[in-house]
Design a protein. Sequence first.
Lengths: 280, 288
Amino acid sequence: MRVQVARFRTAAWLGWQVESNWADPLVFTVYAVARPLALAMVLAGMYWALDRSPARHALFAGFYLANAFHVYVTRVVVGMGWIVVEEREDYETLKYVYVAPIGMFTYLAGRGSVKVVLASLSLALTLVVGWFVVGVRWDWSHVAWGPLVFSLGLGMIACLYAGMLVSGAALLLPRVAMTINEGLAAGLYLLCGVIFPVDLLPRGLQELSIAMPFTLWYETLRRALLGHGASARLGAWSEPHLLGALAFSTLVFSLLSWWGYLALETRARRLGRLDQTTMF
Amino acid sequence: MRAPVPAPAHAAEAAIPPAGAFTLFRRTMMARAYVRWIGSMREPSYLLADAVFPTIGMASYVLLYRALGAPRSFETLAVLGGVLATYWLNVLWGMGTQLYWEKQQGQLQLYFVAPCSRMAILSGMALGGIAATTLRTVAALAVGFGLLGVRLPAFDPLALLGVFLVSMTALYAMGMILSSAFLLLGREAWHLANAVQEPVTFLSGLYFPLSTFGQFGLVAATLVPLGLGVDALRQVLLGRAAHGLMPVPAEVGVLAALSVVLLWLARFSLAHLENLAKREGRLTQRWQ
């Protein structure tokens, strides 16, 4: 166990060195701050363009909040896919990492943990801007801390395992790995009803969306912080029901992702694609 | 009887009349546009990335307006934003980072030794990029007007085409400047491109009327030509429901002036880049 922790810590340290080394601090800050803030301001612009009413504001607050937390998906899930692309294409070190005793899973988890920290920074900034500029606020005395902490933990687990699955896909499909990474971020933004209620999705997609841990996570976060959700369909679910569904969905999703990663990695190794560069 | 003597290689070269500056510019531009067009069609994953991903974002924004109970014209506005987002992505990734990619692949030096105008190469890239991107906007239009049921009132197609051409000239001229700037920035270019993608989307008001921000909207529109272009196109399509910043003729005038200035700046920055490449000899080194 101590060896595993030491390996994880080493991978996280390396991740930080890589993340903070490629650019000067100004560009790094702009990159870490500008992107999520600009996205939040696009939403704010869309909201401010409309007549404001209390009901509309309450709805918008829920969407803004979920959008802020979606940064974990864009930074951690997609970022873990990018780790494979960078190691293989940019640094051409993936084969060395792969044969090193640290193990790919521990390495990816360690590198991914740095992305969790950076995503948390972006989240905090987005929420601060939301609070002071956009007016997305909540009553601290009414925050449901238990469900909030519980769902945050489950959300992180779901993000890390989803990241593993994306990394596995990047190992197997070198040429389209970049497309998969970017596509996943866009796809999950739509599928998980980040900025609209999933009730607006067509039947079939709605069910798929509700089965995803991220959709349930955002709904739990909205209820825990703001006291209300966004979806009429999920609104019929009680708190314990929603939390139980989130826990179950996360468990199933994590197991499937773990299995999927191993299957994809094995296939990539058999096909000799671990160090296949594409010059992109 | 003597066998026919094969013509020397230089005879074939001599058969091609020497091109004037304009003809050489046109040929180079068309050749580069052809490569861009064929290249963009060759890799199916590029089609997916360029056409489908912006459309997914657009669909989310349309559904956000729908969830907030906004007037239907706002949904049309979001679809138009999604269509124009594909051009912005093409300018950023297809134009801005192109010279950097060429350097990474070891082809940049060929650009600098080729006996043609570098502006012609970039113009060809822009022309091919616009053509390929226009084809990709079909996905956004199909999702917006087909799947999401967004509706468009009657509009003047000639006015739309005119405003579109002026907007694209200004936008792609900015892309030409970015291509030189990103090349100078070296390995930070990739991250810088990533960093400006969303802020420009915000400053251009791709998904909301810039007039929402009052005077700040006007300032934002002057920073990036995309903002004025989006605003003018929206006004042509939606009229008063577009909540425009300025009258369309004024916006077209500013865009035309911006096109001239940006094209001149692009030419200047390319010349600077060429000088740097010759003087220091480092510009074509990978990972710098």
